[in-house]
Ligand binder design. Structure first.
Ligand code: GKR
Ligand code: MG
Length: 440
């Protein structure tokens, strides 16, 4: 099935002012929609990271894709590697060849460009193949082991505001959340709306004592049976991470990226075990690709990997990662950035076909506004905290062309071209704010 066109559409969507150790979310988050058209007129689609850098990458990959058979994915993977080979040479300067997962931290690896480009091409090709053969993507990946995919409620400290700017400013559905009581309220409302059975708090925003208090307040409010996680995105030193881990013994299903780098993570693990704390450490900062897996396992720095098909190299790469994790006794969860329903669909098919997905995945989806959705039929729904795995061919939903065009107009209008949470923090909160990792 020959691919005759690659269409790349940058879009922007309103994003509320969420806080993390990176800073503050801008009023718009950027995404890219990648479409492949076959010679018989079918189109497969994928959503991936946004901004100018991503557009440059797809422009570079274009000639590698056009004319290729959509079934020819293994060779396409190598061809994409080759297309980026010169730029992928390791360089200390600005992480050339490795794009930011969100931002590269000292001691962390960033994300390889070729798997990120291939990840979107593969999803679009699988959507295309599924449509051509009448088969859902989950079945193309080997078949579903679950019919619904659970996600965790993803709580954020948040400033007041609903995202968007000017005439396009959105209502603030959640309000500000800057202390433990507001975080509990956010959790209650998110659970009431979507039925989530587990909860993740994005930390690294306030001094650790306050974030410990927030987890304790969540535990008191939600009872003993709701699994909780906290992810400060490497905001803590090893000593602080150990102190928090000890303070929250028995309260966390995992502790995510408490400190920068694999060596730090391994040290936290060692000291926590010494103190009798067995809470697993999870990561999407210290482990961002296959090359990071052997050292992470050898150092026992990461007991749960947060996979993300957008930068690990697509859906089949993650099913493969699942098998690796199973063999090595490592847990597997799913990472997210701000995204729309097209990304969520891919995550759902993937999770359905990955037996060794041992935790409810992350998703920013509840933070996004229905007005930005680009799927025909509108937003996907969580039922009991889970998304049902579509049974229609391919990813199971078509694009709403008008909504996609509006997303593109929003992109052109908004002026943002890369995520820069640090700049937003300086603009709205503190002109002297710098990202400092670890901060505490
Ligand atoms: O959206 O601010 C955010 C998150 O902090 C995101 O950028 C992270 O990549 O959710 C992610 C994580 O788990 O680290
Ligand atoms: Mg994380």
């Amino acid at each position: 099935m020959k691919i005759v066109d690659l269409r790349v559409t940058p879009i922007a969507m309103a994003d509320p002012p969420l806080l993390s150790s990176y800073g503050l979310h801008a009023p718009y988050a950027l995404r890219t929609v990648v479409e492949l058209t076959s010679e018989d007129g079918l189109t497969g689609a994928a959503e991936t990271h946004g901004g100018e850098e991503t557009l440059r990458h797809f422009a570079r990959a274009r000639s590698t894709v056009i004319g290729r058979d959509a079934y020819d994915l293994a060779r396409l993977r190598f061809a994409v590697d080759e297309a980026f080979a010169p730029a992928s040479a390791p360089s200390a300067a600005a992480g050339a060849g490795r794009a930011d997962q969100t931002f590269i931290l000292p001691g962390e690896s960033g994300v390889d460009v070729p798997p990120r480009v291939f990840g979107a091409l593969e999803v679009a090709a699988l959507d295309l193949l599924g449509q051509a053969t009448g088969v859902p993507v989950a079945e193309l990946l080997g078949g579903r082991v679950r019919d619904a995919v659970p996600f965790s409620a993803y709580l954020f400290y948040k400033r007041a505001g609903g995202g968007g700017e000017g005439d396009d400013a959105r209502p603030d559905r959640w309000g500000a959340a800057l202390d433990p009581a507001a975080i509990v309220d956010q959790a209650r409302r998110m659970i009431a709306a979507d039925g989530f059975g587990s909860v993740k708090l994005k930390g690294g925003v306030f001094p650790p004592e306050q974030e410990i208090a927030a987890i304790r307040a969540l535990r008191d409010a939600l009872g003993p049976d709701v699994p909780l996680r906290i992810d400060p995105n490497a905001a803590w030193t090893v000593a602080t991470a150990v102190r928090v881990g000890e303070a929250l013994t028995g309260s966390l299903e995992y502790l995510e990226d408490p400190t920068p780098g694999l060596a730090g993570m391994a040290e936290v693990r060692r000291r926590l075990l010494e103190a009798g704390v067995e809470t697993p450490l999870a990561s999407n900062n210290a482990v961002t690709g296959f090359a990071d897996v052997p050292p992470a396992i050898a150092a026992d720095g990461v007991q749960v990997i947060l996979a993300d098909h957008h930068y690990w190299g697509g859906l089949r790469a993650i099913t493969h990662l699942g098998q690796l994790c199973r063999a090595f006794g490592v847990g597997l969860s799913m990472h997210s950035n701000s995204h729309l329903g097209l990304s969520l669909l891919a995550m759902v098919h993937l999770a359905a076909a990955t037996p060794h997905l041992t935790y409810a995945g992350d998703s920013h989806y509840p933070w996004q506004d229905a007005a930005d959705e680009i799927l025909a039929g509108g937003r996907l729904r969580f039922e009991g905290g889970a998304v049902r795995v579509p049974t229609a061919p391919g990813l199971g939903a078509a694009l709403d062309r008008d909504a996609l065009a509006r997303g593109r107009e929003r992109y052109e209008r908004c002026g943002y071209r890369r995520r820069d949470d640090e700049a937003e923090m300086r603009r709205h909160v503190d002109p002297a704010w710098r990202r400092v990792v670890p901060r505490w």
